[in-house]
Design a protein around this ligand. Structure first.
Ligand SMILES: [Fe+2]
Ligand SMILES: [Fe+2]
Length: 368
């Protein structure tokens, strides 16, 4: 990971070399199929493979991928389960850093893309089933207003961590969140070419801050790497991919899905708006918990930065980005609302996983 010369000099745990991750272990037939593909030669001919994909309207064919894949019913696979979410994460990762043991040419390889399309369809169908669609009376503005209503006595991981959370529970949360924060703001950056005018300028202003405002050591991804090191956790990119519960991959896959599909640009904007609006109060609670525990400064710094910066980002997103987008492209408003509601849905699922584990006296991240 790129770190500042100053950080390298003072931090003996990093040599300043970015380590490209290797492929994780499979969690079922879908992720095994993707891993098997990625380990192979992207240019090798697979008889009938692409042709079958192009001819099959469902993009799936029993002879297309590994033989055991279709011995199970793909469409009975849990759309939010570990296997599908890991398979999708691996497909998307080819557009980010990729894997040392996967040829970069897989990024645009048609068979992998066709498999990804099937996974996305399964995921999206579930989201459209579980996330209420916008009605004629709903507006992006009212949706964002609702996000701003703070419950001082609310329940959830950040409230627990503020008042009673242990350092071990904070470390579990950091590891769960590492899959997102070590690529923070990258998934939303895909939406930039899909915006115009004022909305684009304001969106880029927020992303500029996320990417450190011109300073490598202030990139939020790097701040989180500093937090991980200060917590005696791995700061390697995807360092926890092999063991992270699938429920922590879903929020990242949602961002990648919205960012990589132009037709979901409204949802990508809604997702970023929801992220920024909910970040300051949530970060404030985590900061209070870290101060209560006298946690390392690098940990406090990450959340302090988000209390301060995201209060500004929230206003920019509400007025300048969403406001201008729905004015100039009214057809995006329902998708902005979908992006906000889908964000809440997957974040609530992760929160329920974390609190469920803690209430049972278990770790929310096995092994930590
Ligand atoms: Fe950030
Ligand atoms: Fe932000």
């Amino acid at each position: 990971m790129l770190v500042s010369a100053e950080a390298i000099a003072t931090d003996p745990t990093t040599d300043g070399v970015f380590r490209v991750p290797t492929l994780p272990s499979a969690r079922g037939p879908l992720s095994r199929t993707v891993i098997d593909l990625l380990r192979g030669d992207p240019d090798a001919a697979r008889p009938g493979g692409v042709a079958a994909a192009l001819q099959d309207p469902d993009l799936f064919s029993p002879d297309l991928f590994s033989p055991d894949l279709f011995s199970t019913d793909l469409f009975s696979t849990d759309p939010y389960g570990d296997d599908l979410q890991l398979a999708l994460y691996l497909c998307y990762e080819m557009h980010y850093v990729g894997f040392a043991d996967a040829d970069a040419a897989w990024e645009w390889q048609p068979e992998l893309l066709s498999l990804r399309a099937g996974l996305e369809r399964r995921f999206l169908d579930a989201l459209h089933r579980d996330v209420p669609a916008a009605t004629a009376d709903d507006t992006a503005g009212s949706e964002m207003d609702e996000l701003c209503i703070e419950n001082p006595d609310g329940a959830g991981a950040s409230y627990h961590l503020r008042d009673n959370g242990t350092w071990e529970q904070f470390r579990q949360l950091f590891a769960l969140r590492s899959l997102y924060h070590l690529k923070e703001a990258d998934p939303h950056a895909w939406a930039i070419p899909r915006l115009r005018g004022h909305a684009k300028a304001a969106y880029v202003a927020v992303e500029f801050d996320e990417f450190g405002g011109g300073r490598g050591d202030a990139v939020h991804q790097e701040l989180f790497a500093d937090l991980l090191r200060a917590s005696d956790l791995s700061a390697d990119y995807l360092g926890y991919l092999d063991t992270v519960p699938g429920v922590a991959l879903t929020p990242v896959n949602l961002m990648s899905l919205f960012g990589l599909h132009r037709r979901y640009r409204g949802a990508a904007v809604g997702h970023l708006a929801a992220t920024e609006i909910t970040s300051p109060p949530g970060s404030q609670r985590l900061l209070a918990g870290l101060e209560r525990l006298d946690a390392p400064e690098a940990c406090r710094h990450f959340y302090r930065e988000h209390v301060e910066a995201d209060a500004v980002h929230e206003q920019i997103l509400r007025t300048d980005v969403v406001g201008d987008l729905v004015r100039s492209a009214p057809d995006t408003e329902a998708d902005v609302i979908f992006g906000i509601r889908a964000f809440l849905f997957v974040e609530d699922a992760l929160d329920a996983h974390v609190m469920g584990a803690w209430e049972r006296g278990e770790s929310a991240f096995p092994g930590i």
